[in-house]
Design a protein around this ligand. Structure first.
Ligand SMILES: [Zn+2]
Length: 332
């Protein structure tokens, strides 16, 4: 009798403790690098700037189109690398190592914090406008959580001033969605929602109409969706897409971490019709793959050889928004 009571009370307490401990470990671990800001680009969006198409390996925070806005250390840490560079993709960049094992990277800076002036000024005097990468072999240059590490700018590929922020492991083999580590309540509240604009079926483009019927050709349906989170009038990339045929999960993709070696493989996720210019961003997520990719969790579309399908697509983003989209398919 006594033992039963003990088990009943022990179990919920244990679960509760586990949830609190695991949540505080990741969530809110890092401070947003810009105060009272909002996100203008998300993790693993498609980019065609620079020499070749690539993934966006971090998150962009608005600096309200201004240069000189204070960019802050996400956590206590020390400088492991400075990239002094007006051009390139990242521009002026600083990388910090933190005790939790992660590194944070801050790019497109107009200039660095005064603390690093001694080395930056010396190198600029020596090398002028050439790109210089400085690796620090000691932990001498330290920053505290929230301390200013530099000022916003548009060096590198940035067309407007903003803060590009990344989270990597200490060997810089993986990049992680930085928003997994940030308490989103610390960002400026803005209007947002998920939507599908167009769909590609067997490479043909259609406007998405809920409940409509579309025709596919080929062995199995090759569907791509032009999906976004609309946030403060910007179109941002989403995090997770699930494709169902008659309520059976056939394709599942989660874009929350990526090996850096896949940096230049954006077509693993995006259809060739994806375009990105300074004015237009059209991102088509492929819901089929012939490759073995780390971010594809379920890949069974090719097994289906039916002539008609009830299709359901569930899409969610890192901010907690989600949407469900349905239509039917018939073989033409
Ligand atoms: Zn960026």
């Amino acid at each position: 009798m006594e033992q039963k009571v003990w088990i009943r009370y022990f179990f919920p307490t244990f679960l509760l403790l586990f949830i609190i401990v695991s949540a505080s470990h990741a969530f809110g671990q890092f401070e947003p690098p810009v105060s009272n800001s909002y996100v203008t680009a998300t993790f693993m969006e498609f980019r065609s700037t620079g020499n070749s198409p690539h993934f966006h390996m971090g998150v962009d925070f608005s600096t309200f189109l201004r240069e000189g806005v204070e960019i802050r250390a996400a956590e206590d840490g020390y400088v492991v690398r400075l990239e002094i560079d007006e051009g390139g993709i990242y521009g002026n960049t600083i990388v910090l190592q933190h005790e939790n094992g992660y590194r944070t990277l801050y790019a497109h800076l107009q200039r660095f914090a005064e603390k690093t002036d001694f080395i930056v000024n010396m190198l600029k005097a020596e090398f002028g406008k050439q790109r210089v990468v400085v690796e620090f072999l000691s932990d001498d240059v330290k920053f505290q959580r929230g301390e200013v590490i530099g000022y916003s700018g548009k060096t590198g590929e940035a067309t407007q001033p903003h803060a590009h922020f990344e989270v990597r492991d200490k060997n810089e083999r993986y990049a992680y969605d930085p928003l997994k580590f940030i308490d989103l309540k610390k960002l400026k509240p803005v209007q947002m929602g998920i939507g599908i604009q167009s769909i590609l079926i067997s490479d043909k483009e259609y406007q998405y109409v809920p409940g409509a019927s579309y025709v596919f050709s080929g062995d199995y349906p090759k569907i791509s969706v032009e999906a976004y989170t609309e946030l403060a009038k910007n179109l941002l990339g989403v995090k997770e897409i699930k494709l169902y045929f008659s309520n059976e999960l056939v394709y599942h993709i989660i874009l929350d971490e990526i090996p850096l070696e896949l940096y230049e493989k954006p077509y693993a996720v995006y259809h060739e019709k994806t375009t990105m210019t300074s004015l237009v961003y059209r991102a088509f997520y492929k819901l089929y793959s012939e490759e073995n990719l780390p971010f594809v969790r379920v890949n069974r579309v090719g097994e289906f050889k039916n002539s008609a399908y009830d299709v359901k697509i569930e899409i969610s983003d890192i901010f907690g928004n989600s949407g469900v989209f349905t239509f039917t398919l018939k073989k033409g």
